[in-house]
Design a protein around this ligand. Structure first.
Ligand code: KIV
Ligand code: ZN
Length: 523
């Protein structure tokens, strides 16, 4: 059976559409906000990765969100660019429609809660009003595009009969994709599969639309639930890079795609994802947001293809299939582990960046190369993890505030003194400050150059590799008015890495200040 869709034409029954919501559901979670340039970088990389739909943001949420969706719509040429809007929210739908207008392929995504709990306590609406808003929202959206998606927020906890009425209403008033989110990560695979099977059997018009699944990971079931939904007939998968998203996150794109690819025998579906780009994509996001994935994260974690025990290493050397169910190269890990040192030239450095999955503009490569040379002077062997830490740090967009230099005097005989130079909005500024230890002095100097009210909530330092000459990697968490951000920095000098992390967090906080999250629709 095939479906005719306004953006994708004839969609074969064995095709799954990959809908990425890293820039919307992912970006709205604590600490993950991105600035305009970072979102555009992400959108371009997502398009190269081969995602079918990029949910670029929630245009009505703030002028910044509107602008980023608009710029992504001007940039992305192949993938469908999607803007989120609340069902029936006139301003929401107009903002979404205007923001996506320049995209060759564009979608408005309407949503409203349908569960008894959400309707009663969050929306304070009667079910009939919700049905009216679904109809209104979809009709209004069709003025801007033929590609309209409707979502039943908290759909997995919605009464089946009412869910059927909602979906029927959404289809009758122009939805071409129907998404049933497990908003709170509560459902189980068999339950979710049954919901999709029921909707496809019972709702008039179901055969004309694409069903979509969107799963949160509160019980660690997001990927399993997603695959079960596909078994129940869903043909669009909503997911995020590294599984970022509200609370415990969303289903991870890289895990779903590799499950489908590795277990074709059980999950026989096609998609357009270029899997060797998965690692680079994961790294780009981690680099932009400052949140690394945990080492044991499937597919993209540092240990995902590492074999430590003798028995496993022996097996791998005899035949990699003994302990590897997919090749590291198929998801972007390189085989060679060329170690760089101070005699390595620009070409080797460039090659290394490529093999690690980085695609950087020339000026960033040049800056990173200079930092690599400085590091290689201090450290005999520069490992892959050193390069990653260094490049991740260099490519972060410290847009308003940039680290320039730090001079420190510290020790047990006198108070620590830090002389710090930063660039603030392009202007060099410096401060000389004493403190209770070098970190205190350096952070006080930042406060003197750039006064702010943010409170330091977490300060942690780790080593990138082994040995006393290892680079330090620092995380700094700042909190201001309930908004929380994490910044990261790396350097051979621990205090410089701490200052870089603090500056990164401050820059992220400034992006956050410009955003206001909208609440439920006024009644
Ligand atoms: O989790 C959810 O319900 C959502 C909707 C807006 C689709 O993110
Ligand atoms: Zn969600």
């Amino acid at each position: 059976m095939t479906i005719s869709h306004p953006s994708f034409g004839t969609v074969a029954d064995d095709r799954v559409i990959i809908f990425d919501t890293t820039l919307r559901d992912g970006e709205q979670s604590p600490g993950f906000s991105m600035n305009l340039e970072e979102k555009i970088r992400m959108a371009k990389a997502l398009e190269e990765l081969g995602v079918d739909v990029i949910e670029a943001g929630f245009p009505v949420a703030s002028p910044g969100d509107f602008e980023s969706v608009q710029k992504i719509a001007e940039t992305v040429r192949e993938a469908v660019v999607c803007g989120l809007a609340r069902s029936g929210g006139k301003r929401d739908i107009e903002a979404a429609g205007e923001a996506i207008a320049k995209a060759p392929r564009r979608r408005i995504h309407n949503f409203i809660s349908t569960s008894p709990l959400h309707m009663k306590y969050k929306l304070r609406m009667e079910p009939e009003t919700v049905l009216d808003l679904i109809a209104e929202g979809n009709k209004a959206s069709r003025h801007f595009t033929d590609d309209v998606q409707w979502s039943a927020e908290d759909g997995s906890r919605t009464e089946p009969d009412f869910l059927c009425r909602c979906v029927e209403t959404a289809i009758r008033h122009g939805a071409t994709t129907i998404n049933i989110p497990d908003t709170v990560g509560f459902t189980t695979p068999d339950e979710l599969q049954a919901i999709f099977t029921m909707l496809r059997e019972r709702v008039p018009g179901a055969e004309k639309v694409i069903f979509s699944t969107h799963n949160h990971n509160d019980l660690g079931l997001a990927v399993a639930n997603t695959l079960a939904a596909v078994a129940g007939g869903a043909r669009q998968i909503e997911c995020t890079i590294n599984g970022i998203g509200e609370r415990a996150g969303n289903a991870a794109l890289e895990e779903i795609v590799m499950a489908i690819r590795t277990r074709r025998d059980k999950i026989p579906f096609q998609n357009r994802i270029e899997t060797p780009r998965l690692l680079g994509m994961s790294r780009l996001l981690a680099n932009i947001t400052g949140f690394d994935v945990q080492p044991n994260k499937a597919i993209v974690g540092r240990n995902a293809f590492a074999h430590e025990s003798g028995i496993h290493q022996d097996g791998i050397l005899k035949n990699a299939a003994t302990y590897e169910i997919m090749t590291p190269e198929s998801v972007g890990w390189s085989k060679t582990s060329l170690v760089l040192g101070k005699h390595s030239g620009r070409a080797a450095f460039r090659d290394k960046l490529k093999s690690l999955g980085y695609a950087l503009p020339d000026e960033k490569i040049q800056d990173a190369f200079e930092r690599f040379k400085a590091l290689a002077d201090q450290k005999k062997t520069v490992f892959d993890d050193d390069i990653r830490a260094l490049v991740d740090d260099e490519t972060r967009d410290h847009d308003r505030i940039r680290f320039v230099s730090l001079d420190l005097a510290a020790g047990s005989k006198r108070p620590a003194e830090a002389e710090l130079e930063l660039q603030v909005d392009g202007v060099a500024k410096s401060a000389k400050v004493t403190g209770n230890g070098p970190v205190d002095a350096a952070f006080k100097a930042i406060g003197e150059i750039f006064p702010h009210d943010a409170v330091l909530e977490l300060f942690s330092v780790g080593a990138v590799t082994e040995g006393t000459d290892a680079q330090a990697k620092t995380t700094v968490r700042l909190q201001e008015g309930g908004k929380m951000v994490d910044g990261q920095g790396a350097d051979a000098d621990t205090i410089v890495s701490a200052v870089r992390a603090y500056v990164h967090a401050l820059n992220k906080l400034m992006v956050k200040r410009t955003r206001a999250e909208p609440e439920a629709l006024p009644v």
